[in-house]
Design a protein. Structure first.
Length: 631
């Protein structure tokens, strides 16, 4: 059939294989034109994916990904609502079309052949509204859904090309979205898009797709490092690069998949979106990906994904700002994050993710950021927030991990903590932080081999995370792997040479191995970097006690006891010094105080060699029983 097809403001010229919008040509590749022709020819009818592929690629074998890319390109040119996706079946061209037999320069109305099509879905053209970029967040994530689908299909297809690839997951890192909006205040939005992409890809197919965690990916924000170097640093097969441009009316997302080994571009997508009705975007993303790559979802997952969960856009904005400040991991940032998460909850009391964000904020604040607030009170607030999140959505991995941490550190509910860690990793096996915290739990339970396995998994998923890196060294030390512990802590110091915690833990490893000169040097460095005499003075004093410098140890101990009257000095730290001095009665008293203030956890009680001098004392055994630990 020759001539032209007309629909809306477009004309499909069959004689010259061209698409026109008014007097302007619309650029299409040959395969995109053929895809559009088949759909227009069957306007109003369902065209299966199989039929489209056989018509457009009659002599080639291609997968759904090629067709999906063509449909995506056509939607960019024609509008989102022109081509309807019919789940698991195919596509339908929606607008009415008219076929013109003659050339448009000399149309004979008598010969004009009109094809009447009644679309099944009414078309509503929304007015253009001038809105800030953050209010277009739901539409941006809809665009991300298209990116996720295409990337997922491509990566899984690539993996299946060879038996070697099929034996291990494809590894990908999502680099931070670049903010090209011209507004630095939109930076939190770009970070939010990055996290959304990582989160959705992580749960796409964990046994076949491994995704580098956010902490490591964000190391490359604003980087000019070559792609192959980043690929080697993170040990990944592919990198996903993205940027966001925007005006007050439209936002433009560009994303490209790059092969890490040689920086070859494998796939590029461009998406332009405006504000439409608020939808449950994350659920639509997950459903779309599952359908495109034909993942089999169980009944409960299907039910969760298909249950509507609208979110107030202002509440979502507060949530994103909370995440942005939480990731700063300093006192000011954490307190700001707490306020934003609470504002999100005040705006939408059913917003489960905001409760999970609030819970994680309290858990980090418990690590000494609120010295005037009892740590157990902070844990109680974290527990309440995590439980509320789970009451609203039992499938949130972050909420399960937060609850497990409270059960481990505050409640001594060992079976409950393990169950929640396992549940977290069932929901999201790519959650590096859950592997990290579970490893700390396992070493506390005197299961060092399992702990080493989990922390290595965390390192694999998040190789540039400073906290995971230095805690890996700590776990190796408790597992009796002294040389590996030293190597790992030095790797952590390569990430941040001025990190006081890493120097302090290295001092601890040297101390427990009897290398007192090296230990003293590391504790003194940590003390200097921490900006005050108290935080690592306990390490210095314990080394002095163990190495026979009793007078110096007692002098520093007196400073710490006086400081405890005004600020939180952990009871466990004082217990270590008294144990080093051989004063068992005082050591036992401060162990009990450390258990009460939660500075002595199962990790120290069950593993620390500093307590070997009091481990057989009945009073120490009573403390173990109080904590529900086996002697």
């Amino acid at each position: 059939m020759k001539g032209s097809w007309r629909f809306e403001a477009f004309r499909l010229d069959l004689d010259h294989a061209e698409l026109w919008s008014g007097n302007h040509p619309v650029p299409l590749s040959p395969k995109e034109f053929e895809t559009l022709y088949v759909l227009v020819e069957n306007a109003g009818l369902l065209v299966s994916k199989e039929e489209l592929i056989s018509r457009v690629w009659p002599d080639s074998f291609v997968g759904d990904g090629s067709l999906a890319r063509n449909i995506s390109a056509l939607r960019r040119s024609l509008g989102d609502d022109v081509i309807q996706t019919v789940s698991r079946r195919g596509y339908r061209f929606v607008p009415p079309v008219t076929h013109e037999v003659c050339s448009p320069k000399a149309i004979d109305p008598v010969r004009a052949e009109t094809v009447q099509v009644q679309p099944e879905i009414a078309q509503n053209t929304p007015a253009v509204v001038s809105v800030p970029l953050w209010r277009r967040w739901p539409r941006l994530l809809s665009a991300v859904a298209l990116v996720l689908t295409a990337v997922g299909v491509f990566l899984l297809w690539t993996q299946n090309k060879s038996g070697a690839a099929a034996r291990r997951p494809v590894r990908i890192a999502v680099l931070p979205f670049v903010n090209l909006t011209g507004d630095p205040n939109e930076e939190y939005l770009c970070d939010g898009l990055t996290e959304a992409m990582i989160s959705e890809l992580s749960r796409l197919s964990p046994d076949r797709l491994s995704v580098i965690a956010r902490t490591s990916a964000m190391h490359y924000k604003g980087t000019t490092a070559p792609i192959p170097q980043i690929g080697r640093d993170l040990n990944v097969d592919y990198l996903l690069e993205s940027s966001v441009r925007g005006s007050t009316e439209r936002a433009h997302i560009t994303t490209q998949l790059v092969r890490a080994s040689d920086a070859t571009h494998q796939w590029t997508g461009e998406y332009e979106r405006d504000l439409k009705d608020l939808v449950s975007v994350q659920q639509r993303v997950a459903i779309g990906i599952a359908e495109e790559i034909r993942l089999s979802l169980n009944a409960s997952t299907n039910a969760r994904l298909r249950q509507p969960s609208p979110v107030d856009p202002e509440a979502y904005r507060y949530y994103l700002l909370g995440q942005f400040y939480w990731n700063k991991r300093d006192r000011e940032g954490l307190l700001t994050a707490r306020d934003y998460f609470q504002r999100a909850i005040d705006r939408d009391s059913q917003f489960a993710k905001a409760y999970a964000g609030l819970a994680n904020t309290y858990l980090v604040l418990a690590a000494g950021y609120l010295p005037d607030v009892p740590i157990r009170e902070i844990y109680a607030q974290g527990r309440a927030a995590s439980q509320h999140a789970l009451d609203l959505d039992e499938t949130l991995p972050d909420a399960h991990a937060a609850l497990a941490f409270v059960q481990m550190m505050d409640e001594w509910n060992w079976s409950g903590a393990e169950a929640n860690y396992r549940r977290t990793l069932t929901l999201d096996p790519n959650d590096a932080n859950a592997h990290h915290w579970y490893a700390l739990y396992l070493v506390g339970m005197k299961r060092p081999q399992e702990a080493v396995k989990e922390i290595r998994c965390a390192l694999d998923l998040d190789p540039l995370s400073l906290a995971i890196s230095y805690n890996a060294g700590f776990i190796y030390a408790l597992a009796g792997m002294h040389e590996e512990a030293v190597r790992q802590l030095n790797r952590a110091l390569e990430i941040d040479p001025n990190n006081a915690v890493a120097h302090g833990l290295l001092g601890l490893v040297y101390q427990r191995n009897g290398q007192y000169d090296l230990s003293m040097a590391e504790f003194q460095t940590a003390q200097k970097l921490s900006g005050g005499p108290v935080p690592y003075l306990g390490g210095v004093a314990s080394v002095e006690a163990l190495s026979g410098h009793r007078q110096d140890a007692e002098k520093h101990l007196a400073v710490l006891l006086k400081a405890r009257e005004k600020q939180v000095v952990p009871g466990c730290l004082l217990a270590f010094i008294y144990a080093g001095l051989g004063e068992t009665k005082s050591a036992l008293r401060w162990v009990a105080a450390g258990v009460e203030d939660r500075s002595c956890s199962a990790i120290e009680i069950n593993n620390d060699t500093m307590f070997d001098v009091i481990r057989a004392d009945p009073r120490f055994l009573d403390i173990q029983r109080e904590m529900k630990l086996q002697p």
